[in-house]
Design a protein around this ligand. Structure first.
Ligand SMILES: Nc1ncnc2c1ncn2[C@@H]1O[C@H](COP(=O)(O)OP(=O)(O)OP(=O)(O)O)[C@@H](O)[C@H]1O
Length: 327
């Protein structure tokens, strides 16, 4: 496997002015990224999440050569992002939700054409990549519309295309689905899933939408206050925080006492005793269902996967309970 991103002890400090009295202000140095160690292999789809101000965008800016680290080392595609920014630009694609790489007054099609010249992409390669994006992102309805007249969802599909026309090895996405309507969000997610499935392009994305992560990322890095608090799969995260699948059973009539089922503690009694919720610890679904069927008449049974929102909220709110597992 080839390593495409390596960060060692990466740190970024900002000087901020804080109020210390009615008029007085003091200069304080704050670390937005505080000793980040990260290795990303070619073809990985990495979700990079954390609460507001955790240091996600700052990290992406250091990876893409926009910000100079205060300390530590970083290599992307074997290059030093700030010192070798021009060379790096040919190897990476960047989609930052707030900033555009398109020409505001030009139709999308012309922006794409200009980018071909900026990156000096051979015409046939450019045409093939554009064809694929047109199909997968359904661009044809608005290729001739000036960018300023596009909806956010249309523009984001244009941004994605613009970031990919030179065939980057790594695509950095900062909040790619923020503010998008349901249809555009699905289109963007579907497109990124397809892009990542080939294993040729490495994806690093920050998002507050955990559905993006569930759909797209096999690896999840959670940062808080500039430090990594989790690095592993979503399943690892659930294991670490003891999240369980739930069996939700709806009964025809309430029982005088909910049954005690070995390996499946009762989590909740709802709907006046007609709904019982059990967590699957060591017991399997079949054991719980047969245990219940022996004592009650079942109207409906559902198995609910653990909720990533809940576990991530707990993770943001509390210190990590155990050492960060190796990726
Ligand atoms: N140019 C800057 N000058 C001073 N402080 C900054 C600057 N840029 C970022 N910060 C601070 O660094 C910290 C990390 O910011 P960053 O934008 O990286 O967080 P984030 O995780 O991307 O947050 P969000 O989810 O809100 O986008 C914040 O406390 C922010 O206020």
């Amino acid at each position: 496997m080839t390593e495409v991103i390596t960060a060692r002890g990466l740190r970024k400090e900002f000087t901020v002015h804080v109020k210390t009295g009615r008029i007085r202000r003091a200069r304080r140095v704050r670390a937005a990224v505080d000793g980040l160690d990260l290795r990303v292999e070619r073809g990985e789809m990495l979700g990079y999440i954390g609460p507001n101000g955790a240091g996600k965008s700052t990290t992406l800016k250091m990876f893409t050569g926009v910000l100079t680290p205060t300390a530590g080392e970083v290599r992307v595609c074997g290059l030093r992002p700030v010192a070798q920014r021009t060379r790096l630009a040919l190897r990476i694609g960047v989609v930052f939700g707030q900033r555009s790489q398109l020409w505001w007054d030009l139709p999308l099609r012309d922006s794409f054409d200009l980018l071909r010249h900026v990156y000096r992409v051979p015409a046939a390669e450019h045409a093939a990549r554009l064809r694929r994006c047109r199909d997968l992102l359904d661009l044809d309805g608005f290729l001739d519309v000036p960018v300023r007249q596009l909806s956010l969802g249309q523009r984001m599909r244009g941004e994605l295309t613009a970031a990919l026309l030179h065939g980057p090895e790594v695509l950095f996405l900062d909040e790619p689905t923020i503010g998008l309507d349901v249809v555009s969000r699905q289109a963007v997610r579907g497109f990124l899933a397809e892009l990542g499935s080939t294993g040729d392009t490495t994806l690093v994305l920050t998002t507050h939408d955990l559905a993006d992560i569930e759909r797209l990322c096999r690896r999840l890095v959670v940062v808080d206050q500039g430090r990594v608090v989790h690095d592993g799969s979503i399943a690892d995260l659930h294991r670490r925080y003891g999240s369980r699948r739930l069996v939700v059973a709806d009964l025809d009539a309430p029982l005088p006492e909910p049954p005690v089922l070995p390996g499946a503690p009762l989590r909740e009694v709802a709907a006046d005793g007609r709904r019982l919720v059990y967590a699957l610890e060591s017991a399997g679904v079949a054991e719980v269902v047969s245990g219940l069927a022996g004592v009650a008449s079942l109207r409906d049974v559902a198995v609910v996967e653990p909720d990533i929102e809940e576990v991530v909220a707990r993770l943001y709110g509390a210190p990590a309970p155990a050492a960060v597992p190796a990726p």
